[in-house]
Ligand binder design. Structure first.
Ligand code: OFO
Length: 170
């Protein structure tokens, strides 16, 4: 049976993951209406993936005798300047999620909850991957700057990445 302390902390993380899903959907919608269809696909996929991250926590918490509950969420911003700003925000957000996952892991360690530690390992690896992917895209965006042909090319590449991405199921 999971402790009340960890139950509370995992419910906060469920909120973070759902919020991530909505933030990325808002970004996808902006891209879709600003001639960036590849980036839109990439972000819609990312939004789906975050929902899966949330669901994984929900199932885990309920399986361990806790109770997963959903929270009220802030409205994601609909206003962006460009794709560069979007990916800066993606990276910043993923860095925030990484620190939240690390805090959760520390809590599980302090409580000697080995099952939760083991469960969180997957998220720790996932965050390394997500930060690295966001960083790589941001580097390319910095390189092309305002060049329209370069931006067209990046958008195509994001479409290919989105098409190749397989979202785990739980
Ligand atoms: Fe991209 O963050 Fe979920 O875990």
């Amino acid at each position: 049976m999971i402790s009340k302390n960890l139950e509370k902390a995992i419910n906060v993380q469920i909120m973070n993951e759902e919020h991530s899903s909505r933030i990325y959907m808002a970004m996808a919608s902006w891209c879709e209406t600003n001639a960036l269809p590849g980036a839109a696909e990439w972000l819609y996929k990312q939004s789906d993936e975050e929902r899966m991250h949330m669901l994984k926590f929900v199932k885990y918490l309920n399986d361990r005798g806790g109770y997963a509950i959903l929270s009220k969420l802030d409205k994601p911003t609909p206003d962006f300047k460009n794709l560069h700003e979007i990916f800066e925000q993606v990276l910043k957000h993923e860095q925030f999620v990484t620190s939240e996952i690390h805090k959760l892991y520390e809590l599980a360690m302090n409580e000697k909850d080995y099952s939760t530690e083991n469960f969180l390992q997957w998220y720790i690896s996932e965050q390394v991957e997500e930060e690295s992917v966001a960083n790589a895209i941001l580097d390319k965006l910095k390189l092309v700057g305002n060049d329209k042909a370069g931006m067209f090319h990046i958008d195509k590449e994001l479409a290919a990445q989105a098409a190749a991405k397989v979202i785990d199921t739980i």
